[in-house]
Design a protein around this ligand. Structure first.
Ligand code: SF4
Length: 92
């Protein structure tokens, strides 16, 4: 598997290269094995930021599956749009 991602060091190669697309893009939606692969990767943070920046729709990136990336993206949008000084007191 080859991924065109900005790694922090050109010498770093993500372990996803070794396992192939069947693991990183599971057709059955089981992202467990792919997540385990990413947990061993030194480029995880940069990989996730890249996937968020380009709104990568498929596959496991940075240890986060597509629904997880969408949640992060929405949380960041909310954090940017909430007025400063307003606390989220959802229990009130
Ligand atoms: S974080 Fe995961 S998908 Fe990204 S380069 Fe590393 S192993 Fe590959």
């Amino acid at each position: 598997m080859s991924r065109d991602i900005p790694l922090p060091d050109p010498e770093i190669t993500g372990p996803c290269v070794e396992v192939g697309p069947a693991v990183m893009y599971p057709v059955d939606g089981n992202y467990g094995p792919a997540r385990e692969v990413c947990m061993r990767c030194p480029a995880r943070d940069d990989c996730l930021e890249h996937a968020l920046a380009v709104r990568e729709p498929d596959g496991m990136w940075g240890g986060v599956d597509p629904p997880g990336r969408e949640r992060i993206r929405r949380q960041r949008v909310l954090a940017r749009t909430q007025p400063q000084g307003v606390l989220d007191v959802g229990w009130l």
